[in-house]
Design a protein around this ligand. Sequence first.
Ligand code: DGL
Length: 274
Amino acid sequence: MTSTTPSLTEYKDNTKRPVAVFDSGVGGISVLREMVKIMPYEDFIFYGDSKNAPYGTKSEEEVRRLTISHVENFLSEGVKAVAIACNTATSAAVRKIRIMHPSLPVVGIEPAVKPAAERHPGGRVLVMATPMTIHGEKFKKLMGRFQNMAEIIPLPCAGLMEYVEQGKTESPELLEFLRQLLWEYIKNPVDAVVLGCTHYPFARPMIRKVLGPKPEIIDGSLGTAHELKRRMELSGLLRTESSKKGSVVFRDSMMSEEKIALMKKLFTMQIEEN
Ligand code: DGL
């Protein structure tokens, strides 16, 4: 990783250390956007591991190993908190990372099944996520907690994140892919759709186009941003005011200029909410 961040010893005030936000690729930008909105004075480092993406079709052990190694790198740079802006990496590694670093504020993201079930009691809730997230223990437990409240329908979406990684969020190919993937739910509409992968909010307008106006589309980005803010506040690490706004540094494990350009584009892109 290249760095423009000061080295560990240069931080006299702990609140001035940056926050690391990480994903397998560009998807975590959907979470970073919310974090920057509610924590405008923080300095963020966004790291996308596009060299090893996709994570969602790898083994849990492999994703855990990669995630732990990224967190070690962030710590050696002196970050004050880590956000795993990837449902797949959270499912594989957040528990282990909290055990390894008990005093580090760490947040992960999981599919927003709770708000979806609570807002649609007795309804049908479709959960779109990577195969690894859907088949992981963490998701099974989450589903178990809410399946008496609503019908939870898990849908592994192998292949979907790649459209976002290639910047094809408005392409006819993505539309066709989604039509095939969601065919069953075009015929039998659901009440809510949970976007259980941080890449999918960028495909939201296309998902809406395919599924029509009925389902509420829910993602957990804002909730995760609030949780990070809460944890940093509790640890006395939140920057509440400063003479200037914080910065965002984008990095990619392939060091690809193209990826960095895509990250910047997604960071400012308008996404239709409904
Ligand atoms: N963005 C990631 C997630 O939230 C996963 C994409 C992938 O690498 O498969 O699950």
